[in-house]
Design a binder for this molecule. Structure first.
Ligand code: PRX
Length: 646
């Protein structure tokens, strides 16, 4: 056993790591000074190409344009499966751990190849071809990974919709990207409860005439609605086709997937990622950030419905020939020791989770952790939101017993891969800091006027140059991409996050500076929840803000102005909370709903969210100037009736 003192890079981490401190400095410098040479070397090392590129990179960030490995051809499923078969065909690609601790499975690379080929052939037989969009609405079962890779094999573009989303949310996403097929399961299982996926798909498809095929995996055997003209069973259809499917040679810039994410305005955006650059950064960061060594068992607890599941359960690890664990359940079922039991059961070496899960587990005390050995653990990671130093120290002391470095990885759906993150053998850690940029990533802090800030300071976090796994467009609306990310500051990518940089050049992400909330690591646009609420007959107007929450990080605090004639009641509050959960998804259920006869507005009618936020957070000392409001008296009333008082 080895120890880490003062969070410095430990000898043991340095000894096993792919890089030491000097190695990071050297490669980082090279990545900025000779980017084409650097990225060409990495693309050759990490990926297998069917045809080499003619140009490494071309971009114009003022137009939101970027292209990587131009004219190069490759297939993602070949990189994630076929090329490992000769040496690692019998090695485990996926360990599946079911919701029930007695259910598990090991899928070898050879089995993965067969499963993916068969499903790809099913899609082809149903007329799905290169460029077509396929919606995946799946529980956390191996078939979710098969489905992603089957799409990639034939060049279809998948759009995974998180299984916790409502039928309306599924419908909107299917329509936005005009998906023609859906892959789902009869039901999912989480925390001992069934999730009715196929029934939700059925509701969603009432308004989606272009979906001609639904492939359903039988997970629980529950009774489900069935449409003979459109529906096929996964097990029947895959048994009836060939176990071999040639892979489509894709252009490096061909789309790989669309993933919807929330922004500060309007409906969710379909973030589009392409093939070569995305896969390169997913695999390269998986290699360096998790310091993955062949034979190790790696577990990321995310859901495949989010970008973390895409890059760090499926594409990054499989591209590297790793063993990736896919967990169907939740960290607290059957009890709070589940994660640690799973680590012992499968001898997990690398564990990657979200701060919200750690805070929830920390609240249950140390006993559930101590009841396990965790001797196999070598490295820990976090993602999704800022980690408070208390949770970091608990993770480090109790879970990792002071011997496992923690990689706090900052990134976004739009960045495709980790951007600011420690590398275990190279970076001294500071609890709560995502530390230093990954290779090729040039972060900077800007003031609101667009001046770059130097030295130790705070500001808005931007990325100054293109990186391979950068978002290529917002599906169907390139102007929205430009407006959202490339217009706040000309010529750079604006992240929407604020950050501090300390005297050592370490970055500390402080959270979103726009109207996007982060609830238990789920990104929620306030506008989305507001538009859902005003669909309810009792609601005239709604304003949503975030306030701190011990476990979830943030929670939703909602102000609702009732329609004329509606009498506010506790019953109605309950109904509205459920209404939001139905419209958007259970994770968006508001914590507080306060009745607001009036909302604070400027004379031009703009809601003053800053004031609503202060009231929701019970920060009345710093309320600021309310004299510019059309009717300052509404503030007094809201304060008097606030729900979140210390
Ligand atoms: O605010 C940042 C926060 O999560 C946002 C991105 O959310 P999403 O696209 O859903 O992707 C989450 C998983 C990559 C960011 O704008 N965030 C993510 N990671 C961190 C973080 N905030 C602080 N520290 C992190 N490590």
């Amino acid at each position: 056993m080895y120890k880490i003192d003062n969070h410095k890079v430990s000898d043991a981490a340095r000894a096993v790591s792919h890089l030491d401190e000097a190695g990071y400095e050297r490669l980082y410098r090279q990545s900025l000074e000779q980017p084409d040479q650097f990225w060409a070397e990495q693309a050759e090392r990490f990926l297998t190409w069917e045809k080499p590129w003619s140009k490494v990179h071309q971009s114009d960030l003022s137009k939101g344009e970027a292209a990587w490995f131009i004219d190069g051809k490759l297939n993602v499923s070949v990189n994630c499966i076929d090329r490992h078969l000769a040496e690692r065909g019998d090695a485990t690609a996926i360990i599946w751990e079911g919701d029930n601790p007695e259910d598990d499975a090991h899928i070898s690379y050879r089995q993965l190849h067969e499963k993916v080929c068969r499903l790809a052939n099913v899609l082809k037989a149903r007329g799905i071809k290169k460029g077509d969009r396929v919606c995946l609405y799946m529980p956390m079962i191996p078939e979710a990974a098969y489905a992603m890779l089957a799409c990639a094999r034939i060049g279809a573009v998948h759009s995974v919709v998180f299984g916790g989303f409502s039928p309306d949310a599924v419908r909107d996403r299917i329509l936005d990207s005009d998906c023609q097929a859906v892959i789902t399961a009869d039901e999912g299982v989480r925390g001992g409860k069934a999730v009715a996926l196929k029934t939700s798909v059925e509701k969603a498809l009432k308004d989606c005439p272009n979906v001609h095929t639904v492939v359903t995996v039988r997970r629980t055997g529950a009774d489900i609605p069935w449409n003979e003209n459109r529906d096929i069973w996964y097990h029947e259809a895959t048994a009836a086709v060939s176990a071999d499917c040639p892979a489509e040679a894709m252009d490096s810039e061909d789309p790989l997937f669309i993933l919807y994410t929330s922004g500060s305005t309007g409906k969710p955006k379909g973030v589009l990622h392409t093939t070569g650059g995305y896969l390169l950064m997913a695999s390269m960061t998986h290699h360096y950030v998790f310091d993955y060594h062949p034979g190790e068992v790696y577990w990321c607890t995310a859901d495949v419905g989010w970008i973390t599941g895409h890059s760090y359960i499926v594409y990054g690890p499989l591209c590297n020939g790793a063993t990736t664990l896919l967990f169907e359940g939740v960290p607290t079922y059957p009890d709070a020791s589940r994660c640690w039991q799973v680590i012992d059961k499968h001898q997990v070496n690398i564990f990657y989770t979200a701060p919200t899960a750690l805070r929830a587990l920390m609240a249950k005390g140390n006993e559930p952790v101590k009841s396990s050995s965790r001797a196999s653990l070598r490295l820990l990671g976090t993602v999704g939101e800022p980690i408070n130093p208390e949770a970091w120290e608990w993770y480090f002391d109790v879970v990792g017993e002071r011997r496992c470095p923690i990689v706090d990885t900052w990134w976004q759906t739009e960045t495709g891969a980790a951007m600011i993150t420690p590398l275990p053998g190279s970076t001294d850690l500071k609890p709560g800091s995502a530390t230093r940029p990954f290779f090729g990533v040039e972060p900077a802090l800007y003031d609101p006027e667009g001046n770059e800030l130097e030295g130790a300071t705070s500001g808005n976090l931007v990325i100054k140059r293109s990186w391979p796994s950068q978002i290529r467009t917002v599906y169907g609306d390139h102007q929205r991409l430009v407006d959202t990310y490339f217009s706040t500051y000309k010529g750079v990518y604006f992240t929407g996050d604020g950050a501090r940089r300390d005297e050592d050049g370490y970055y500390w992400i402080t959270g979103r500076v726009d109207d996007v909330l982060n609830v238990s690591g789920h990104r929620i646009g306030t506008a989305e929840v507001e538009s859902a609420l005003v669909l309810h007959d009792a609601v005239a107007e709604a304003a949503v803000v975030g306030c701190p929450h011990d476990i979830k990080g943030q929670c939703l605090y909602v102000y609702v102005s009732p329609m004329n004639g509606v009498t506010p009641s506790d019953e109605l509050v309950k109904e509205l909370k459920s209404f939001v959960a139905d419209q958007v998804g259970a994770f968006a259920r508001p914590e507080y709903i306060q009745w607001a006869p009036g909302l604070p507005k400027t004379r031009s009618g703009k809601i003053m969210r800053r004031i609503l936020r202060k009231i929701a957070c019970d920060e009345l000392d710093t309320l600021g100037d309310t004299s510019t409001l059309a009717d300052p008296s509404v503030v007094e009333e809201l304060i008097a009736n606030r729900l979140n008082q210390a």
